[in-house]
Design a protein around this ligand. Structure first.
Ligand SMILES: [Zn+2]
Length: 428
């Protein structure tokens, strides 16, 4: 496809107008303000539109969309114990397939081209990702309190098989390894997870310091903060994506900053909705930590929309500090794109440059809330809505255009959800 006369965000996050951008064989093959001499197939009229790298939703539980609006008004621990865990015990391969597809459809329509997901049924996740065309780093973490060694757990063989198969994939689906959290594991298990990741060269995805209770209990029970504890267990010797980090202390930030392979994923909607608090993002950015953005599951958000996360991240930083320049549109946009790609180990995407994967999103700027436009990134962060997405492309394949899905039969998804959801609910 050749995007003609389009405004785009370049690799230095500057705005370039009236550009021609050509995609070929899944990559960005041409960038210039001059028209190319040869064809790139369909010519897309970019007048009034803005081309951006696709968003990376770096912490999600896509299938939890079926719990959107379920168990409202409870704090994290009661919400998990009384509502979420019982519901999750009723999943089967069919219900989770359609729930996963619903989540991916939602993300694709919101301009997300890649996401990091922590959940169950890895093989089903791989199938849904392949069929929908989105990119995904997936992990299925062990949860164990009884001292059973990792490799002796019933959980282990199928996950290990997925790691062997997809742990080093260069394709759309990449299997990671994970740890649900400090409070759902034992110290020997955490050490085994760290060692397994190192031995297999796979990435880790972990919830850390989401609530004050979690952070304080870790200090009480283990005599050190969660970050120090994970460091002592060897977790940070791997590529790690730490979700939340709301309650990290200044010393923890210094600890995390020592490891360039550690990323933090800020989930402002989820943290505020569950009353968990406000992550110290400015301090982490200043320490040089790779900070990304995530929605968390739609059950604690209640949607999978990165535009909202950029907007809320800005509002929190500024509102909490009284500093109207606390975090810039460029920093927020990087958190939503290239920082997430880096955390996922996908170094060939996240910015628009020649040779990178054609993971691209077109925004329609001919909207009342986007006029006038003094600065494109400011409008994207502070004014744009997910409904401004008119095209989502992954590896050069159009997945969504003008409200229509190319790879997902969305009406069938709705039908299947209305069939499977009551079957789960009647068992509860
Ligand atoms: Zn989560």
């Amino acid at each position: 496809m050749l995007f003609k006369d389009i405004t785009y965000i370049d690799e230095n996050f500057n705005t370039v107008e009236h550009a021609y951008i050509g995609t070929k064989n899944g990559v960005i093959d041409y960038i210039s303000t001059e028209k190319p001499d040869w064809g790139y197939g369909e010519v897309y009229d970019g007048a009034g539109k803005v081309l951006i790298p696709g968003f990376v939703n770096n912490h999600c539980h896509a299938a939890m969309g079926l719990m959107r609006g379920y168990g409202e008004g409870l704090p994290l621990q009661r919400w998990l114990d009384e509502k979420i865990f019982p519901f999750e015990s009723k999943w089967d391969e069919n219900s989770i397939y359609w729930a996963g597809l619903l989540g991916m459809a939602e993300m694709i329509a919101c301009g997300t081209t890649s996401f990091s997901d922590m959940y169950f049924f890895d093989a089903v996740a791989e199938k849904v990702v392949r069929e929908s065309g989105i990119k995904c780093n997936f992990d299925n973490p062990p949860i164990c309190f009884d001292g059973t060694p990792l490799k002796k757990q019933k959980y282990f063989p199928p996950v290990d098989e997925m790691v062997k198969k997809f742990g080093h994939s260069k394709g759309r689906f990449l299997e990671e390894f994970g740890l649900h959290a400090e409070y759902t594991s034992t110290e020997p298990l955490v050490k085994e997870v760290a060692a397994y990741a190192k031995e297999n060269g796979v990435r880790l995805h972990i919830h850390m310091d989401e609530t004050k209770l979690e952070h304080e209990n870790c200090k009480k029970n283990r005599g050190m903060t969660t970050a120090k504890y994970f460091e002592s267990c060897g977790i940070f010797e791997n590529n790690v994506n730490l979700a939340h980090c709301v309650w990290v202390e200044d010393e923890d930030i210094a600890t995390l900053a020592k490891y360039p392979n550690v990323s933090v994923t800020h989930c402002p909607s989820s943290n505020m909705k569950l009353g968990s608090g406000f992550a110290p993002i400015r301090k982490m950015l200043d320490a040089g930590i790779n900070v990304c953005l995530g929605t968390d599951g739609a059950s604690s958000n209640n949607n999978l929309n990165i535009f909202e996360e950029m907007h809320l991240a800005a509002m929190i930083c500024r509102g909490n500090t009284g500093d109207a320049d606390n975090v810039s549109p460029k920093e927020l946009f990087k958190m939503a794109t290239v920082n997430g790609a880096k955390s996922q180990g996908r170094f060939d995407t996240g910015v628009i440059k020649k040779g990178n994967k054609a993971d691209l999103v077109v925004l329609d700027f001919n909207k009342p809330h986007l006029v006038p436009c003094y600065d494109v990134l400011t409008n994207i962060v502070f004014s744009a809505q997910s409904s401004d997405v008119v095209l989502t492309m992954v590896d050069g394949d159009v997945l969504y255009r003008d409200g229509k899905y190319k790879t997902i039969d969305i009406n069938k998804v709705y039908d299947k959800i209305s069939y499977y959801l009551p079957k789960i609910l009647e068992q509860l």
